[in-house]
Design a protein around this ligand. Structure first.
Ligand SMILES: [Zn+2]
Length: 340
């Protein structure tokens, strides 16, 4: 027998979905100035639903960027407090001609809802709110624990305002654990609790050689070439098998517990399917001796994400232009908990 909360959720499923679709229709694109009022509208939409279901102290908090939403329900003395996070802003929908149905007109196909933000992160956000609603309705207006919400509208533009708010409002946001609902299910119909994401260190390396662009026929072989300098640096960062060679890179990496490793084994994971369908490559790479899940969940990685160097043709400039920036972007994801 299902719980009263689950019964309530099942009985109201269609309404929940219709509400989610209304939220999905709001083009709350945080990166585009012309959508600022839509982002505000989405914030108001979420806040008014939090009020309606019985959350208390609901605030739409103005920031330098897009508003934050706070709400709480703290009427379970002695019980733990959960801090629920999600975001209501979305990425721009470009390129538009890749969409089968319009990005801001949610459409159901094969039991999925297709719309910008459906899985990042409005679906998850609505799920959190609807779970609270169902729990309240199923238990006479009460929750079995204390709940706070902090919801942002700047996740897709760096999240500066929430970082500042969290730093300043430690007491207000105090909780025993945080539920960050901005991840995914491991497989369809498999309820998934993601307990950690790799953090990120980002850097750019710039190499410069001669004071000006030089003719390779006249100076090549004597003048240092910054492009080769970068290639040399990059080639020494990892060995051919994928192990990062930076001294100390792995020294503080914590190994997963035996229990975690055992749990991962139970997951429906097919390496061939992953290679073909998710990655789309002929082989998988990475540190020898570790499984794919181990490499992506419990080991840090180092990746190169962009490079421009040398003579770069720039449309609109007839003479082209010697490269003015010999840059390399690096993206190292560590195994420590942090932002995704
Ligand atoms: Zn997200």
């Amino acid at each position: 027998m299902a719980s009263p909360a689950v019964d309530y959720a099942r009985g109201n499923q269609q309404r929940f979905l219709n509400e989610l679709k209304n939220l999905l229709r709001i083009p709350s694109i945080s990166t585009l100035e012309e959508h600022k009022s839509d982002v505000q509208k989405a914030a108001e939409f979420v806040a008014s639903e939090l009020r309606r279901i019985g959350m208390e102290h609901v605030e739409v908090i103005p920031t330098k960027g897009h508003p934050l939403i706070y709400a709480d329900w703290l009427n379970a003395p002695g019980k733990p407090t959960a801090l629920c996070y999600a975001h209501y802003d979305v990425q721009p929908p470009d390129p538009l001609d890749e969409w089968v149905s319009p990005p801001f007109e949610p459409t159901e196909r094969n039991n999925n809802i297709y719309a910008r933000g459906a899985v990042d992160d409005k679906g998850q956000l609505w799920m959190e709110i609807k779970a609270i609603e169902a729990l309240m309705k199923g238990h006479g207006g009460k929750l079995p624990l204390n709940v706070r919400f902090i919801i942002e509208g700047e996740e897709e533009v760096g999240g500066e305002s929430i970082a500042e708010y969290v730093r300043k409002q430690k007491a207000k946001l105090k909780a025993d654990f945080a539920l960050v609902c901005d991840t995914e299910l491991f497989a369809p119909d498999l309820p998934t609790l993601c307990v950690g994401l790799r953090g990120l260190v980002y850097t750019e390396i710039e190499a410069v050689g001669p004071k000006t662009d030089l003719h390779s026929g006249m100076y090549g072989g004597a003048a240092p070439n910054p492009f080769f300098g970068l290639i040399e640096i990059i080639s020494k960062l990892k060995d051919a098998k994928g192990r990062v060679l930076i001294p100390g890179f792995y020294s503080k990496v914590k190994a997963p517990s035996a229990q975690e490793l055992k749990a991962w084994k139970k997951l429906p994971f097919d390496e061939e399917y992953y290679r073909k369908t998710e990655v789309g490559s002929t082989v998988l790479t990475g540190e020898p001796g570790y499984s794919v899940l181990y490499r992506t969940w419990a080991r840090p990685t180092l990746e190169v994400h962009g490079r421009h160097a040398g003579w770069i043709y720039r449309p609109g400039r007839e003479d082209g232009h010697p490269g003015e920036s010999f840059g390399e972007s690096f993206h190292a994801a560590g195994a420590e908990p942090g932002s995704g």
